[in-house]
Design a protein. Structure first.
Lengths: 317, 290
């Protein structure tokens, strides 16, 4: 386990270096000259050249990359062009807000997905199995940015049950209940696609375990069907389900939640990325991408570690 | 006298589309939907009642079923039906082209890394790990934003995002194939690595890679339209489903048809591709057959 941990941590270095490298290349390719931003288009060529030299923009790309990486490591992530504040503190603040939403969505997706997957595997080829399969295909095909609009139209505009968006009300009491009310629709919309994927993976994993011989042995031993399914089959299928769920949560935090945040004006990372794309705020956008990449990589590490803990077959290899 | 051993004839899959359709309902349903959208896209210039960008200021926000506007009109009085038909073109291109191009690149890289091994394996697969380490949606957005909005750049960014998973799938298949007896036999017969990759490895790794690509087509429709929705895809005034949803948001409470119809179109096309992908995967991956 220790050797695995060390190897896995060492592997983070090239991945993070590569990830930051990609972000750096994107910064270089991004349209616009930083000198134009600093001095305006009508500055004299001499002054421009001097400033270019001063900021090291004439250095070879790899020197600039190392310098940029050093600044990033020290917490200097640049300044947002639109909001005129340092990028890193803003990104961290937004991250917690996104985590709140994705936490709720992940919980919803995991519970719904695992239950649906297990039930459809146990009742394979019955109407409920087919229903889960068809509904999961529909859920996979449902763009979150469309489902969100339908939800707003039905539950907010027509029925008036839930707020259309935002993190909390402007006028009402700022209570936890208020935040939860704002979280219901975006949480369900963001969780639906991952729930469908988890359900399909859980179904396949359960079916693979359930056709093994030891299941017959357990039943012959006189165990109740419930115990066979929950204590043995599910436990054996768990590693596959957990690793898929972890991956889905990663995609959720950094992907699906983006569209949901835009539709529901949820003030997290996703909405911030949208605003930075619309406002051509490259430092902000690349800071958000860099931060998300680090979170994604760390989350994958955590999933790998959990996978090894709950799967004795690979624990000691 | 040389003894020729009796070899059982290899059962070749026979191409019988009709039997395929009746036996696999999800392929039938999926291909019917996709075919319908393809026809709609191809025949848009003939069938659509108006020019997609033709504005009729007096007919702004006409509801569904108005005379002359079967599916209503948007904020500028452009015919929704016409724009939905034309918008099918970019949605199909976004779903199919990046997948095909990345599948070809992934097949090549995966075959090289898997078969040759050593340095090429380390370079290619570790390189893919790095790109794979970035969250796909953000990578696509970052690349699109850097290159500038537009259909070609959007497809380019999607291709970049798709290359690592495609390479990985092919690589895993090729590593398994490499040890098979028929590859051994080709090597013993003196075939070069290049010949083996082309005549043995690639033909046999095609099916799993195609099955994988097919399973992603539905997701690509949703994903690609999502990037257009953000404003990084097709530029106005040209019609695109993702863009149309975002443009219609401002009138959602009064005229929901403007943003919900293009969403419905994305959903239907994605469901068509997903049913088709499920069917193709069941067909090509015998383990999934029950």
């Amino acid at each position: 386990m220790l050797a695995f941990l060390i190897r896995r941590l060492l592997l983070l270095i090239p991945v993070l270096l590569g990830g930051t490298g990609v972000v750096f290349v994107l910064i270089q390719l991004a349209p616009g000259d930083p000198i134009d931003v600093l001095m305006g288009v009508y500055s004299s060529p001499e002054a421009r050249a001097a400033l270019r030299e001063k900021y090291g923009l004439n250095d070879p790309a790899h020197v600039q990359y190392v310098r940029w990486l050093w600044a990033v490591l020290q917490g200097d992530w640049g300044t947002s062009i639109q909001q005129r504040v340092p990028v890193l503190p803003l990104v961290i603040e937004k991250f917690w807000i996104t985590l709140l939403l994705t936490g709720a969505a992940a919980l919803f997706a995991t519970v719904l997905g695992v239950v649906a997957g297990v039930v459809s595997a146990v009742r394979q080829n019955t109407w409920i199995d087919r229903l889960v399969l068809v509904v999961s295909v529909f859920a996979l095909s449902m763009p979150a940015y469309w489902l969100g609009l339908l939800f707003i139209f039905v539950f907010s505009v027509q029925l008036g049950w839930l707020p259309t968006g935002g993190l909390r009300s402007f006028i009402a009491e700022k209570t936890t209940l208020d935040v939860i009310e704002h979280m219901i629709m975006p949480g369900i919309v963001a969780g639906l696609t991952p729930a469908a994927i988890i359900a399909r993976v859980a179904r396949t994993a359960m079916l693979e375990v359930m056709r093994l011989d030891f299941m017959t042995a357990l039943r012959a031993k006189g165990l109740s069907e419930g115990a066979v399914i929950l204590r043995h089959a599910l436990r054996n299928a768990a590693p596959t389900i957990v690793s898929m769920t972890g991956l889905q949560i990663g995609y959720l935090i950094l992907g699906a939640a983006l569209f949901v945040e835009i539709i529901f004006s949820w003030p997290g990372l996703g909405l911030e990325i949208y605003k930075s794309v619309i406002g051509r705020d490259m430092p902000m956008m690349l800071g958000l991408v860099l931060f998300s990449t680090c979170v994604f990589v760390l989350l994958n590490l955590v999933v790998d570690i959990i996978y090894r803990i709950i799967n004795p077959r690979v624990r000691d290899s | 006298m040389a003894v020729t051993p009796e070899i059982a004839p290899v059962e070749r899959p026979v191409w019988r589309p009709w039997a395929l359709m009746t036996r696999h309902k999800s392929i039938a349903a999926g291909s019917a939907i996709v075919l319908l959208v393809v026809l709609m896209a191809l025949l848009a210039p003939v069938l659509s009642p108006y020019d997609p960008n033709e504005v009729h200021p007096l007919d702004r926000l006409k509801p569904i079923g108005s005379p002359g506007y079967l599916l209503g009109a948007d904020q500028q009085g452009r015919d929704m039906l016409t724009r939905l038909m034309w918008g099918a073109r970019s949605s199909l291109a976004i779903a199919v082209l990046p997948l095909s191009i990345s599948a070809i690149i992934g097949l090549a890289l995966g075959a090289i890394a898997g078969y040759l091994g050593r340095l090429s394996e380390t370079l290619i697969m570790r390189g893919m790990d790095v790109v794979f380490g970035l969250p796909p949606i953000l990578l696509a957005i970052a690349v699109s934003a850097t290159l500038g909005p537009g259909l070609v750049n959007l497809m380019l960014s999607l291709t970049i995002v798709l290359i690592p998973p495609m390479t990985r799938v092919t690589y895993q298949v090729v590593v398994g194939l490499k040890e098979q007896a028929f590859v051994e036999a080709a090597r013993a017969a003196g075939a070069s690595s290049f010949q083996i990759i082309f005549s043995q490895i690639l033909p046999n790794s095609l099916a799993p890679t195609i099955a994988y690509a097919a399973s992603l087509a539905g997701a690509m429709v949703v994903f690609g339209a999502g990037i257009s929705f953000i404003g990084l895809g097709i530029q106005p005034p040209d019609p695109d489903w993702g863009r149309m949803i975002n443009d219609g948001r401002e009138v959602l409470d009064l005229k929901p048809h403007v943003s919900t119809l293009p969403g419905l179109a994305i959903f239907v096309l994605a469901a068509g591709f997903n049913f088709l992908g499920d069917g193709v995967r069941d067909l090509l991956d015998p383990r999934m057959r029950q």
